[in-house]
Ligand binder design. Structure first.
Ligand SMILES: Cc1cc2nc3c(=O)[nH]c(=O)nc-3n(C[C@H](O)[C@H](O)[C@H](O)COP(=O)(O)OP(=O)(O)OC[C@H]3O[C@@H](n4cnc5c(N)ncnc54)[C@H](O)[C@@H]3O)c2cc1C
Length: 409
């Protein structure tokens, strides 16, 4: 038996849940297939940035998220290889009593979006693995999948949305899974409880310690005294220096700089790794009868490692373009190139600047100088803060004036 739908979404993570919710709310018959058992964890830093929050608000899910188990975060702490540390509140420009960002375990955050997709009327099937695409010539017309009972089935639709993350089977089927180590980050994460010494505004912490450069060690506070702790680095560097990330995380926890804070802490989960396909080299995002969103399209910020916001933003854009395609009766590559263009127009500049920040992050002397000076200059600290919550401010990195300010601060 072959079922037919208006759209098939592969993956119910933040990207897939966003697209399916919007399509189902617009009255479309949507099939969502996800191989995991839900609620499911996703290896992540659990940082929910302003961009993700804007998408949550656009979906009308802000109240649900704020009542879910999450912790408001009011700023970010950086430390440099030399040991200097600076704590910068997120934009003083952000008015209001609500925290601009959150830390929320993905098991909780993704479930809010997953529930929205189910409530909107999408046909969401879990423990169901997509194994391949069905094609007619160049055109994708459906998927093959395995049910929880291991039966092989097919479903058809004029458009298939690949929202299946970093190891996307849809991208692989389309011949786009080649790993470019210069544009791929690997990271490991573990949950702890009892880590001490957090800033009272529950700031997230990025530590540029000698051993993890170019990359960083993060400690993000979670509710109930828990913390998300991890380390990530560009894959080409990991390979070049033959680094093993799991022992590196143990080394960071025992590092003289952090050991006291972890003295009475307990590791709650095993250290697990996952890949981050970053946006310094995005994939082709659309073709005849298909669209890729989020990690499947390689859209993670190359500097911060954030990808939830971009998965949701591209999820919204995909839903919009599918609506337009249905009206035009045109699901062709030429039509969907409009989706890809819109995404590139939105993100290319941001990715270029983040890629540049990633490269600057290799220069220890620069990290030391910027962090040491920012710890003494509120003006410079404010400029850096803007770079995190107002992406247009990152443009200042391209101006000599920024470096002059660093040197003279
Ligand atoms: C260590 C680490 C730390 C990170 N920290 C942050 C952070 O703090 N903040 C942030 O914004 N981003 C962070 N990211 C990036 C973020 O996790 C991703 O960008 C985000 O999860 C992308 O969402 P997505 O919907 O595209 O994919 P995913 O969240 O990966 O969802 C994909 C879904 O597809 C399903 N699936 C996969 N294959 C199949 C298949 N064959 N058939 C059916 N279903 C399938 C999976 O079960 C999954 O539910 C981090 C990533 C890593 C690895």
């Amino acid at each position: 038996m072959v079922e037919s739908f208006d759209a098939i979404v592969v993956g119910a993570g933040p990207g897939g849940a966003t697209t399916s919710t919007l399509l189902a709310r617009a009255g479309k018959k949507v099939l969502v297939l996800d191989k995991s058992d839900w609620p499911r964890d996703k290896i992540c830093g659990d940082g929910i940035s302003g961009k993700s929050m804007d998408a949550i608000k656009a979906l009308g899910l802000e109240d649900k998220l704020r009542t879910a188990e999450s912790l408001g975060s009011w700023g970010v702490t950086f430390s440099g290889p030399q040991g200097d540390q600076v704590s910068i509140p997120f934009g003083k420009h952000i008015a209001g009593k609500l925290a601009p960002g959150f830390v929320c375990a993905r098991e909780v955050f993704d479930q809010v979006l997953f529930d929205a997709s189910v409530e909107s009327g999408a046909d969401v099937r879990i423990k169901t693995t997509v194994t391949g695409l069905i094609r007619e010539g160049e055109k994708v017309v459906g998927v093959r999948y395995k049910t929880p009972e291991k039966e092989l089935r097919e479903a058809r639709a004029p458009v298939v949305i690949g929202a299946d993350g970093a190891y996307s089977v849809v991208a692989r089927e389309l011949g786009m899974d080649q790993l470019d180590e210069k544009h791929y980050v690997a990271a490991v994460r573990a949950y702890f409880e009892g880590v001490t010494g957090f800033n009272e505004g529950q700031f997230i912490e990025l530590h540029f310690v000698d051993e993890v450069i170019p990359g960083y060690f993060w400690i993000f506070p979670l509710p109930d005294g828990k913390a998300n702790v991890g380390v990530g680095m560009l894959s080409s560097e990991i390979k070049k220096r033959d680094i093993k990330l799991k022992p590196l995380l143990d080394k960071m926890v025992a590092h003289p700089k952090f050991a006291e804070r972890f003295r009475d802490a307990k590791q709650l989960t095993p250290t697990k790794g996952w890949g981050l396909p970053v946006g310094s080299k995005p994939r082709t995002m659309a073709g005849d009868g298909w669209i890729l969103i989020g990690d499947a399209a390689s859209l993670i910020d190359p500097f911060t490692g954030e990808g939830i916001g971009n998965a949701m933003v591209t999820g919204m854009k995909a839903a919009d373009w599918i609506g337009r395609a249905e009206e035009a009766g045109d699901f062709s590559a030429a039509f969907f190139s409009g989706y890809e263009k819109e995404v590139l127009d939105l993100l290319t500049h941001e990715f270029r600047l983040s890629h540049m920040m990633q490269k600057l992050g290799r220069w220890k002397w620069l990290l030391n100088t910027v962090i040491a000076k920012a710890s003494r200059s509120t003006e410079l600290a404010d400029a850096i803060s803007c770079m995190f919550d107002d992406l247009s401010e990152r443009k200042k990195l391209l101006t000599p004036g920024f470096y002059w300010r660093v040197l003279t601060a």
